[in-house]
Design a protein around this ligand. Structure first.
Ligand code: HH2
Length: 275
């Protein structure tokens, strides 16, 4: 899953693709590098971020989703939003996947849209909300707590009519978590995988990698690849990343080693071969 942030303030690439044409070109590049899903977002969720008004988020997102759909490159289009109105407009523009970091808590009616339109969705764990989530997050056992939360949100989505097969789950790396919490989740990711739904992992360029390597966001690509390979080994299968080419190489090697997937044609890279 390649990240396309159409925001002035995202933590690692804010302002890089604020213009729709640049964002569409970036999406094309990510698909060419092997992304099977493109995740378009118009609201930063970095720690301390302020909410974006719905009209502004619509303005940022809809034209980009439309433009990427018009490329006809076959990648699935995801909208990264907590807002029903933004998801509805993105779906009209061609999105078939809703990535909601609030897991349908911000606007529960989002579950109805996913159910009615037969969409895929990602439900993510977050402690608190972006503005305050990094101030002293605490858990009993972080993995058990995140797992219980995701099981509850999966049940809520199913109760709202979303087929279980449409739901993917994400432990929410960096969303109300210390460095130790993030590493514990990564180390024991198999316990989240055991819920039985595909697990999405979003470690890309995040600050815990900076705390370990001493690098700024753009220099965290090698650390990102390490986390994706560790996550793959523990059963995660969708990786939300900024640096698709590097991660796709890491995952191709991991898949060839662990799954004996033929080295020259891993499914995750079939896009790359043909574009
Ligand atoms: N992380 C971010 C945003 N959306 N969605 C899922 N499912 N999982 C994640 O880990 C996740 C996410 C934050 O990263 P980014 O989009 O690069 O930054 P920002 O929120 O500042 O735009």
């Amino acid at each position: 899953m390649g990240v396309v942030n159409v925001t002035p303030d995202s933590f690692s690439d804010g302002g890089s693709f604020g213009d729709a044409a640049e964002a569409i070109a970036h999406a094309r590049r990510l698909i060419g590098e092997g992304a099977a899903i493109v995740d378009v977002g118009g609201e930063s969720t970095r720690p301390g971020a302020d909410p974006v008004p719905v009209q502004e988020e619509l303005r940022r997102v809809v034209g980009v989703v439309e433009g990427v759909a018009a490329l006809g490159l076959g990648a699935q289009l995801s909208v990264d939003t907590m807002k029903l109105a933004v998801a509805e407009a993105a779906v009209e523009a061609g999105a078939t996947y809703v990535n909601d970091v609030s897991a349908f808590r911000h606007e529960p009616a989002l579950a109805g849209l996913v159910a009615d339109r037969g969409l895929d969705c990602c439900l993510m764990h977050m402690l608190g909300e972006p503005r305050t989530m990094q101030s002293d997050p605490r858990y009993g056992d972080v993995v058990s707590d995140v797992k219980a939360f995701l099981e509850e949100r999966l049940a809520a989505a199913v109760a709202a009519g979303v087929p279980e097969e449409r739901v993917q789950l994400d432990p929410g790396i960096g969303f109300g978590k210390t460095v130790a919490h993030n590493l514990e989740l990564l180390r024991r990711l198999d316990e989240i995988v055991a819920i039985g739904r595909p697990v999405v992992l979003g470690t890309s360029r995040k600050s815990f990698l900076g705390r370990i390597t001493g690098r700024e966001a753009a220099g965290r690509v090698h650390g990102t690849v390490a986390t994706c390979v560790l996550g793959f080994e523990r059963g995660a299968r969708i990786f939300r990343v900024h640096d698709v080419a590097a991660v796709a190489d890491g995952l191709a090697v991991a898949a060839a080693t662990l799954l004996r997937v033929p080295a020259e044609a891993p499914p995750s890279l079939s896009n790359r071969a043909s574009r």
